[in-house]
Design a binder for this molecule. Sequence first.
Ligand SMILES: O=c1ccn([C@@H]2O[C@H](COP(=O)(O)OP(=O)(O)O[C@H]3O[C@H](CO)[C@@H](O)[C@H](O)[C@H]3O)[C@@H](O)[C@H]2O)c(=O)[nH]1
Length: 535
Amino acid sequence: MAASCHEQPGQQQAELISSSNLGSIKPSPHALLLPYPAQGHINPFMQVGQRLVAQGVRVTLATVDHLYAKIVRSSQQQLSSSGTHTAHNHFQLLGIKDGLPPDFDRDTWTEFLQNSIDYGLLESALELVESLASQGHPITCIVSDFFLRWASSLAEQAAVPEFILWPQCASVFSIYLHVDAIIASGYDPFEANVPATASRETPMTLITCVPGLPMGIHPGDLPLEYRFFGKAGVDWIRGVLSDRFKCMGKAMGVIGNSFEALEPEVLGALTLEFQKGIPHPNYGNCWPKSIRLVGPLLPMTEGKVGGVGGDAVSGASSFWAEEVDECREWLDLQPSASVILVAFGSISTMNVEQVQELALGLAGSGERCLWVIRENAIKGGSEAESSVQLEEVLPKGFLEKRKQGVCKVVRWAPQAMVLSHPAVGGFFSHCGWNSTLESLCSGVPLLGWPWFMDQVTNCWLASQVWKVGLTLERDQNNQASRAQVERGVRQLMSGALASSLRARARQLSDLAHQALLLNHNFLSFVDDIRNLPLV
Ligand SMILES: O=c1ccn([C@@H]2O[C@H](COP(=O)(O)OP(=O)(O)O[C@H]3O[C@H](CO)[C@@H](O)[C@H](O)[C@H]3O)[C@@H](O)[C@H]2O)c(=O)[nH]1
């Protein structure tokens, strides 16, 4: 039933996800939303899409064919299990070609795959723009992911204004923008190869030159890590930063998935630089016409982030089917704030030994846990891995706890919904930005086990700056023993420190909800879109 735009452009859209009701009498603005092809990027874009549609803006959200197929598949599974789904007027999700052979392994990161994302999608996106115009629905603007290197070229060639969505926190944006100052201060994060955990134990001069960071940051907490990606990864991020910052001055605006009350100093410093129009030493006039924090871009139900059993599901951007009833029914049986959610996002993987140590640490902590083990999360495990194989991997000590109903394992959870459930009192997380935001908006403190890039900085922010979390002790290779896990989980879940973290998390949650209710930055962004000329 669903089709990609290159097969029959715009004629067969996913009925579950999109509305066929695209022909309205009065022309409305039409935004083309282009996320970087990854779960942690498509989710906030889906939220932008839903909110724009609610404001009367027509939205087309396009991603690569194979992710489009995953979303449709998981959404169909969801539909058959829950029987609930919301269709969106004036919203369509489409797939575009990535130029790779059909049988290419797109689930394993390779430089080849990265190249196709960086250079192979522009042509397909241009075809989509033409196809939408030929159907009588020309786009009036693009909302692109910062990490899509070609998006500014698309805006230029399509002759429409571009808004750039920064999908991480404002602090990381400022760090990337001021990397030159960091290098000038004597530490080159592009060259350094410091194991993150060891670096924190090694006294080093704190970096204080990033405008607006509320305190000095240890070099080991910066997002630019050699450790996981090596030179190829560092060269890639360097290229992205350069390509995008150079073109940012042409953009109508940059919108960030954070909120003012969370990062007031950084936003203040960026706004000041922007107002003064201070040229960047490398990128020249890189200031767009506006910079706004429009987040938190998270699923909402009845004015609350997440919510139980609501539209967290019908946002329909998950690559895997969410085990909604499984999670809810189990959580409903647990005492208040007694469960730690354990989930490490959509990309991170672990080897079998680490999974076993983690399992024994969780079991040893004596706390209740809901653990998400994604189908492709165990290194060497495949998407097709069955739960029987999972039982072979998980150690006896943990399986016993599972049998007693103290611990539960699912393959993919409705995370925002789970975090907002009263039974959840802590989140053991890799500190991906969406997870961090979901946690603090739900008032749930974090135990951070960051893997790479911004996760390291988010973990620092959560534990050191916002004081809503703890950092997991681990070795120089980022591996944690069962004893370290046990200690971290216990500290997060019980005792005086746990209570103070929870109180602070609740304060931030209140601020996040105020930002969501007022939502004036998002409305100003919508005004900008409405004021654009209709084609
Ligand atoms: O069982 C699960 C587990 C996760 N999620 C969702 O998946 C998303 C995961 O996003 P995030 O927490 O940001 O992690 P990653 O998937 O690892 O995201 C990548 O993209 C983010 C945004 O750029 C970066 O902050 C991360 O470092 C990068 O790894 C979140 O919305 C979660 O709610 C679920 O719905 N169910």
